[in-house]
Design a protein around this ligand. Structure first.
Ligand code: PAF
Length: 280
């Protein structure tokens, strides 16, 4: 396994993989790798391709009051997980390599899907995500790029950006990996105290209640959302940011929920903001 730090070296490695006639599968990450990422790496490996994982905590997708400085950086453990999952290349660039001169004047911005939900609460977030993902696409020239469904809106924004900018890249989604009690794996779970961790299961419970009601014939989105809100309120450490049932491609809210619609929520547990979703 190779660890590459510079754009120039990355271009050379991509050229070598292509000369060898191999396809490339990219897994973009911000490190602090866990079993959710391992599932992405396994999906990439199934593509019969050289697997490149990028590890880069992208400053432009964090707002001024967000957790950029304390975001977990665990490179040695990440390396061990990548070796275990037979990754071919880790691309772990420096800030200077990704944002020469400490800035970027050119941005990639998805307009249609990126304005609501996370985009509304985290202004500039998806502009930062799209810009870095486009740069990673340019640097690694993948045939396939793998993203988790845990960040459902991100997945849809990137699918749309890839199509709009005509990247010849297949976006492959991977279902959310959960703890035994249902909590979605996330690098941010490590911010939770033991008590908060116990209460964080409320996100999954709320989604489960929506699914149960839906299966039982309740399709009114407002009533499903109210049931989810009530469940969240039962956890003293939890503060609901939003809960919505949306159409899965447009991410627009629905009045009557249908199978395939998505329940999305964001909840603060203490000082940690978690997101989760479930496809009904
Ligand atoms: O999902 C993430 O970890 C990040 O948003 C991504 C896609 C790697 C871009 O920095």
């Amino acid at each position: 396994m190779k660890v590459i730090r510079s754009a120039a070296e990355m271009h050379e490695a991509v050229a070598a993989v292509k000369r060898a006639g191999r396809r490339i599968a990219l897994v973009p990450t911000m490190g602090a790798l866990h079993e959710g990422h391992a599932a992405l790496l396994r999906k990439a490996r199934e593509q019969n391709a050289a697997v490149i994982v990028s590890i880069y905590v992208n400053p432009t997708q964090f707002g001024p009051n967000e957790d950029l400085s304390r975001y977990p950086r665990t490179f040695d453990a990440d390396l061990t997980l990548c070796i275990r999952e037979s990754v071919d290349v880790i691309f772990a660039p420096t800030d200077a390599e990704m944002y020469p001169g400490g800035q970027t004047t050119a941005w990639v911005e998805e307009q249609a899907l990126a304005k609501r939900l996370e985009g509304e609460r985290r202004p500039g977030h998806f502009r930062g995500v799209c810009t870095i993902v486009a740069k990673l696409f340019n640097l690694t020239e993948p045939h396939v790029a793998v993203f988790g469904q845990k960040d459902f809106q991100q997945l849809k924004v990137i699918e749309r950006m890839t199509r709009d900018l005509s990247y010849p890249i297949q976006i492959v989604p991977v279902p959310t990996v959960r703890e035994p009690d249902g909590l979605a794996l996330s690098s941010r779970n490590q911010y939770l105290s033991a008590e908060e961790r116990a209460q964080a299961v409320v996100l999954y419970r709320a989604l489960g209640i929506a699914q149960d009601l839906f299966n039982g014939g309740e399709h009114n989105a407002h009533r499903l959302q109210t049931a989810m809100q009530r469940t969240i309120q039962l956890a003293p450490a939890a503060r609901l940011d939003y809960v919505e049932i949306v159409e899965s491609e447009t991410l627009l809210p629905v009045h009557e929920a249908k199978a395939g619609n998505v329940a999305l929520l964001a909840v603060h547990i203490g000082k940690t903001r978690l997101i989760d979703n479930l496809i009904l």
